[in-house]
Design a binder for this molecule. Structure first.
Ligand SMILES: Nc1ncnc2c1ncn2[C@@H]1O[C@H](COP(=O)(O)OP(=O)(O)O)[C@@H](O)[C@H]1O
Ligand SMILES: [Mg+2]
Length: 400
């Protein structure tokens, strides 16, 4: 006897609409806030033969949207008929990885990749068979030549070749050098090639100090940070408006204010506000104010926690000397609180500015450069109730 499985779609009707916010690293948001100009510049560069703006170096703190922007560039490139290749800094050899992926692409796209020829048999043809010759099997042609060939094929198809690399701060400068040398050669050969990389600002600065990264120093630099709060409000409002739900104007304003325009926070606030409104049609101001602390705690865990953990003792002391001020801190006060001279203080001030943790706020003043960094430090001082909130893995106490 035959059994037929019947499916009803009943569940779909009662399904709660999916949360439209994307509060996770590398997750492309529904609406990209404040990146219009950067994206337009890149698209123009792709259309402009030989444009130097095809080489882009994106930098910014964690959660400012570097990976998302890379992904956006990738889809713009695809829309314009370009081929993209993503390199992984985790690969043991960047150049070997690139070679392998190029060979794969060539094998798939090069009309001359395979030829077949008659083998065996005689004129009668009875025993004749065809043997396929794979020209890229065991390919050991120099990487530069392979890149040339692939870029030429991309050009003939009306596009170009874009190489992409995320987390560039972890890359081996020597290998990066080899790849960027090839990129430069291709540019010299008049081939359409671009190189787009992203990394955290401090790591990128260190890399640029290396004598083999001249190419990167000349790349078009895009520094990401917060977007205007007005853009955050509009993004949150529009993201909800594109669903069957809505958000009241003052709820959107409060959500935007809490995000302080920080890209990761825009998604986080939006997502938690959406959840907090349950299955109501409209997100109200109360739904947003209810999740404020939770959002700050998540920001501390996911953004500040990793940054503060790697900080030297002196830098931490400097930041802690700032927490008692509600607004910007006077460097003279910081020096006094640390028990050091103003001159000594300025060494750490400079380093923390490089780390993008503090920024100048007028003559003799500094302030925190990231939203809720003060809260993160206060939390650390008091034993980390926020940083440890929601910790669902409670470890049993060790017996000694
Ligand atoms: N322009 C933007 N507008 C709104 N949200 C963004 C934007 N860029 C990134 N995001 C969000 O911020 C978070 C972090 O993005 P990601 O690209 O992973 O940051 P990074 O690589 O700099 O650490 C993600 O949740 C993403 O959806
Ligand atoms: Mg990233």
């Amino acid at each position: 006897m035959l059994h037929f499985l019947t499916r009803t779609n009943k569940t779909a009707e009662v399904d709660i609409e999916a949360n439209p916010f994307r509060p996770g690293f590398g997750q492309t948001p529904a609406i990209l806030a404040g990146r219009g100009a950067v994206v337009d510049d890149f698209e123009r560069a792709l259309a402009t033969a030989g444009s130097r703006a095809r080489n882009v170096l994106i930098s910014g703190a964690r959660g400012t949207g570097k990976t998302v922007l890379l992904t956006e560039f990738e889809s713009i490139a695809a829309d314009n008929g370009w081929t993209t290749m993503i390199l992984h800094t985790g690969a043991s050899s960047l150049t070997e990885e690139l070679r392998e992926s190029i060979v794969d692409r060539l094998r798939a796209n090069d009309p001359d990749a395979e030829t077949s020829r008659l083998v065996g048999g005689g004129a009668s043809g009875f025993t004749a068979s065809r043997e396929v010759v794979d020209h890229y099997a065991g390919e050991r042609r120099p990487l530069g030549a392979l890149l040339d060939r692939l870029a030429a094929l991309c050009r003939d198809a009306g596009g170009g070749l874009l190489l992409m690399l995320d987390e560039i701060q972890s890359v081996d400068p020597e290998q990066l050098h080899e790849i960027t040398q090839h990129v430069q050669d291709l540019v010299r050969h008049g081939l359409p090639i671009g190189f787009v990389a992203a990394g955290v600002r401090t790591g990128v600065d260190d890399l640029l100090d290396h004598d083999k990264t001249t190419f990167l120093r000349r790349a078009h630099r895009v520094e990401l940070g917060s977007v205007p709060v007005s853009a955050a409000i509009e993004t949150i409002r529009q993201t909800v408006a594109d669903t069957t739900r809505s958000i009241t104007p003052d709820a959107a304003v409060l959500a935007g204010d809490i995000s302080r325009g920080y890209p990761y926070l825009i998604q986080l606030v939006g997502a938690r506000a959406w959840e907090s409104s349950g299955d109501a049609d409209t997100i109200e101001r109360e739904d947003v104010s209810r999740i404020r602390i939770e959002v700050i705690a998540e920001m501390i865990r996911n953004v500040h926690g990793p940054a503060l953990r790697g900080l030297t003792r002196r830098k931490t002391d400097y930041l802690l000397a700032m927490v008692t001020d509600a607004g910007p801190s006077r460097v003279a006060d910081i020096a006094e609180r640390m028990g050091v001279t103003v001159k000594y203080q300025s060494v750490y001030r400079a380093r923390l500015i490089e780390d993008e943790l503090v920024r100048p706020a007028g003559t003799g003043l500094v302030e925190f450069a990231l939203p809720y960094l003060r809260e993160a430090l206060l939390d650390r001082q008091s034993g980390g109730p926020l940083a440890n909130a929601d910790d669902d893995v409670r470890r049993p106490r060790r017996r000694s």
